[in-house]
Design a binder for this molecule. Structure first.
Ligand SMILES: [Zn+2]
Length: 113
């Protein structure tokens, strides 16, 4: 279940949070962003300062499920254990530990003793 979210309210709060730091508060707006959801719609006129801040915020966002790319197949679906759902490769410390353990087990199996 996802938490209820009012995108227009979030954008309005973002503008309120960023606008006080606009070095040119009297400059004309340079962008218009409209948001329409089931909760209603809003249109925001944004200063250069705010639209740049919004773009930087969007660029820096990473999905919580984004754990990087698989070095084996290039897939983008690593689970919480850094296990690739596409090809099965393990990544990170756990993947290294398991791979080393598998090598030791295989080497011990090859040992004639
Ligand atoms: Zn993979």
């Amino acid at each position: 279940m996802t938490t209820p979210l009012d995108p227009a309210a979030v954008i309005a709060e973002f503008i309120d949070r960023v606008s006080p730091y606009n070095p040119h508060p009297d400059a004309a707006p340079v962008a218009v962003v409209g948001v329409r959801t089931a909760l209603g719609e809003d249109v925001f006129t944004l200063s250069d300062h705010v639209i740049r801040a919004l773009c930087r915020a969007l660029e820096s966002y990473r999905d919580p499920e984004d754990r990087g790319d698989c070095s084996g197949c290039g897939g983008r679906h690593l689970d919480e254990n850094l296990h690739c759902r596409d090809c099965g490769q393990l990544h990170g410390i756990l993947g290294q530990v398991i791979a080393e353990h598998a090598r030791r087990v295989a080497a011990a199996g090859d040992d004639p003793q």
